[in-house]
Design a protein around this ligand. Structure first.
Ligand code: FES
Length: 141
């Protein structure tokens, strides 16, 4: 009786497993981003006319609601500009009286001199806005 030998040939398929999947390249976001500060400050266009300086009383101020700017004159000839948006919860301030810029939403008051908080609940000062007076007219700087 003959013996058959079955030679099992194993063909090891050496695994040259070609990975055809291209690794997704995460394109570096080169542009944009970054930390843009001063988010509280109003978006002010330089050279925008606000009104006559004579509208701003010494020791008081005037609110330019359209431009979201309040201009004060703490002492004669010294004009200061601030955002008119309350830093508490974003109401527009409504009055300048007795040396403060006042928000009636919750009663915050800010100094007409530097925008600092005189009375809470606001905790942050009104951001300053640069203004200039030329020929008796107040404009944003
Ligand atoms: S939003 Fe001005 S006091 Fe609250």
């Amino acid at each position: 009786m003959g013996t058959n030998r079955w030679m099992t040939r194993r063909q090891a398929l050496a695994g040259a497993t070609a990975v055809g999947v291209a690794a997704p390249l995460l394109a570096a976001c080169g542009s944009g981003g970054g930390s843009s500060g001063a988010s509280d400050a109003p978006d002010v266009t330089s050279g925008e006319k606000l009104g006559p300086a004579s509208d701003v009383p010494v020791g008081g101020g005037t609110i330019y609601a359209d431009q979201k700017i309040v201009v004060t004159q703490p002492t004669e000839g010294q004009f200061r500009g601030f955002s008119s948006i309350c830093t508490h919860q974003g109401c527009p301030v409504t009055a300048v009286k007795d040396g403060t810029i006042n928000c009636t939403c919750h009663g915050s008051k800010f100094s007409i001199t530097d925008g600092s908080v005189a009375t809470g609940p606001a905790t942050k000062p009104l951001p300053a806005v640069a203004v200039t007076v030329t020929g008796g007219e107040i404009t944003t700087a």
